[in-house]
Design a protein around this ligand. Structure first.
Ligand code: UD1
Ligand code: CA
Length: 451
C-alpha cells in the first residue's frame, strides 16, 4: 500500500479488573506482553509509525512495545475521559499528516494483520471512517453497529442503546480507520453528552455522516478482536493463541501427539519433521531443527536443538543450551549455557552448566559440572570421544581432554590430559571376613540391650 499510516494504540486504561500492580497490556500472552503482540500485528500489516496512548506504567509499556521495525511515539493521557479523548492525546502525531489513521486497542493480543489491512482498504476505497465489526452470540457491553444498505449509520454504546438496538449482534471491535486528512477536525467535534459522560470515539460515525462523509463497517472474526479485562479472559486468550500457533506448526510439518498439552512461546521455532511428545513447555528463545524429537515432560527455554537430536523425557534445557546434531539429553538432565557436541550423550540425571562437551562424548549418569563456587561461575571443557564415569563431579574450572576417561565416582579438580584415565576417588579396599565379624558383634549388642 502506497498510503501513509499512523496507528494509535490506546493503552491508557486503569486495568482495574486485572487486579494487578501493573498495566494489563504488560501481562504476557505466549511469554511476551500483550502490547507487543498488538505492535507485531501492525508490523505484519506493513505499518511503520505508531503512537502509544499511555496512562499508568508508561515507561514500562513503551519499552515492552518497542522494536526496531516500527517508529513509536508515546503520548500521555492524563485523565481517562473516554476513547475519543484518548485518541486526541496523539494530536501532535496525527498533525504530522498521514493518509490513514488507524485506532487499535492495546489489550487485543489476538489481532492479526488482516483486519488492519481491510480497514485501510476501506479508506483507499473512498470511505472516511471504517469500523471493524464482529458478529457475536452475546453482544452485551459492546457498541452496536447500526448498518443500512451497506452504510454504517452509527455506533450505539450499550448504555445509550434502545431495547431494539440492544438486540443487534453486529458489534464494534474497537478497531477503526479514519481518513487522515479529516481526522483532527472530526475528533475535535466529539462531545460527552451521553450516559457515561465520556468522549466516545464511536460518535465519529454520526459526525462524519452529518458532514457528508462515508462510513462503513467491515466484518472480522470475533477472536481477532477479543479484548482482555481480567485474568480469566487472559487465560482464555492464551488458550486461543496456543491453539492457533500449534495448528500453524502442525500444518507446516511439526508432529504433536497431544497438541493441547504443548505450550509454545511467541518466538518458538520448530522445523519440519520434529516430533513433540505430550506435555512439553517451550519458554522464550527456542529453536528446534528438523528431525529432532522432544520427548514428554520436557521444559526448554533459550535453547537450540539441532537436527536429529533428542531431548527428554523429563529434560530441562535452560538458556544457552546448544545441542549439536544427533546429540542426546535424556531423562532428568539439566543443561544450561553449554554446548553439547554432535552425537554426544548426556543420558541420565545429570547437570551440565557452563560447559563444552565434545563430539561423541558420553556423560555417565549423575555427572555434575560444579560450575559455581558460591561467588563466580566457572567453565568445564570436555573434549571429543571422552567418557565420564557415572556419579562424577567435575569441579570447574577444569578440562578433560579428547578420548580421556574419568573413573566413576570421581571428583575431578585438576585437568585431565587427552587419552588419560583419571581416578578422583579413594581406592577400594577388601577386608576378607570382616562383614561377618561386624554382623555378629552388632547382633550381640542388640541382644544385650533387650535383657
Ligand atoms: C469500546 C467501544 C465499544 C466497543 C468495545 C470493543 C467506545 C466508546 N466504545 O468500549 O463500542 O464495542 O470497545 O471492545 O469506544 N482507553 C484509553 N483511555 C480512555 C478510555 C479508554 O486509553 O480514556 C483505552 C482502554 O485502555 C482500552 C480501550 O481504550 O484499551 C477501550 O476502552 P474501554 O473502556 O475498554 O472501552 P469499552 O467500554 O470496552
Ligand atoms: Ca473494553
Amino acid at each position: 500500500m502506497k498510503r501513509t499510516c499512523l496507528a494509535i494504540i490506546l493503552a491508557a486504561g486503569e486495568s482495574t479488573r486485572m487486579k494487578s500492580s501493573m498495566s494489563k497490556v504488560l501481562h504476557p500472552v505466549a511469554g511476551r506482553p500483550m502490547i507487543a503482540h498488538v505492535v507485531e500485528s501492525l508490523v505484519n500489516a506493513s505499518i511503520s509509525s505508531a503512537a502509544l496512548v499511555l496512562g499508568r506504567d508508561a515507561d514500562a509499556v513503551k519499552s515492552a512495545a518497542a522494536r526496531n521495525d516500527i517508529e513509536l511515539s508515546a503520548c500521555l493521557q492524563k485523565e481517562r475521559l473516554g476513547t475519543g479523548h484518548a485518541v486526541l492525546a496523539a494530536k501532535d502525531a496525527i498533525a504530522k499528516g498521514y493518509d490513514d489513521i488507524l485506532v487499535v486497542f492495546g489489550d487485543t493480543p489476538l489481532l492479526t494483520a488482516a483486519p488492519l489491512l481491510a480497514a485501510r482498504q476501506g479508506l483507499a476505497d473512498g470511505n472516511d471512517v471504517v469500523v471493524i465489526g464482529f458478529q457475536t452470540a452475546d453482544p452485551t457491553g459492546y457498541g452496536r453497529l447500526i448498518v443500512e444498505n451497506g452504510a454504517l449509520l452509527a455506533i450505539r454504546e450499550q448504555k445509550d442503546a434502545t431495547e431494539d438496538e440492544k438486540k443487534i449482534t453486529y458489534c464494534n471491535g474497537g478497531l477503526m480507520a479514519i481518513n487522515g486528512a479529516r481526522a483532527l477536525e472530526l475528533l475535535g467535534k466529539i462531545g460527552n453528552a451521553n450516559a457515561k459522560g465520556e468522549y466516545y470515539l464511536t460518535d465519529i460515525v454520526e459526525i462524519v455522516r452529518a458532514e457528508g462523509g462515508k462510513a462503513i463497517a467491515v466484518e472480522a472474526p470475533e477472536t481477532e478482536l477479543t479484548g482482555c479485562n481480567n485474568r480469566a479472559e487472559l487465560a482464555a486468550i492464551e488458550a486461543i493463541w496456543q491453539k492457533r500457533r500449534r495448528h500453524e506448526m502442525m500444518v507446516s510439518g511439526v508432529s504433536m501427539i497431544a497438541p493441547e498439552t504443548v505450550f509454545l512461546s511467541f518466538d518458538t521455532q520448530i522445523a519440519q519433521d520434529v516430533l513433540i511428545e505430550p506435555n512439553v513447555v517451550f519458554g522464550p528463545g527456542v529453536t528446534v531443527e528438523s528431525g529432532a524429537i522432544i520427548h514428554a515432560f520436557s521444559h526448554l527455554e533459550g535453547a537450540h536443538v539441532s537436527n536429529g537430536a533428542t531431548v527428554g523425557p523429563y529434560a530441562r534445557l535452560r538458556p544457552g543450551a546448544n545441542l549439536g546434531p544427533d546429540s542426546k539429553v535424556g531423562n532428568f538432565c539439566e543443561v544450561k549455557k553449554a554446548e553439547i557436541g554432535a552425537g554426544a550423550k548426556v543420558n541420565h540425571l545429570t547437570y551440565i552448566g557452563d560447559a563444552f562437551v565434545g563430539e561423541k562424548t558420553n556423560i555417565g549418569a549423575g555427572t555434575i559440572t560444579c560450575n559455581y563456587d558460591g561467588v563466580n561461575k566457572h567453565i568445564t571443557r570436555i573434549g571429543a570421544n571422552a567418557f565420564i564415569g557415572s556419579n562424577s563431579s567435575l569441579v570447574a574450572p577444569v578440562s578433560v581432554g579428547d578420548g580421556a576417561l574419568v573413573a566413576s565416582g570421581s571428583v575431578i579438580t585438576e585437568d585431565v590430559p587427552s587419552d588419560a584415565v583419571a581416578f578422583g576417588r579413594a581406592r577400594q579396599e577388601i577386608k576378607p571376613g570382616r562383614a561377618k565379624i561386624l554382623r555378629e558383634r552388632y547382633q550381640a549388642e542388640k541382644a544385650a540391650k533387650k535383657k
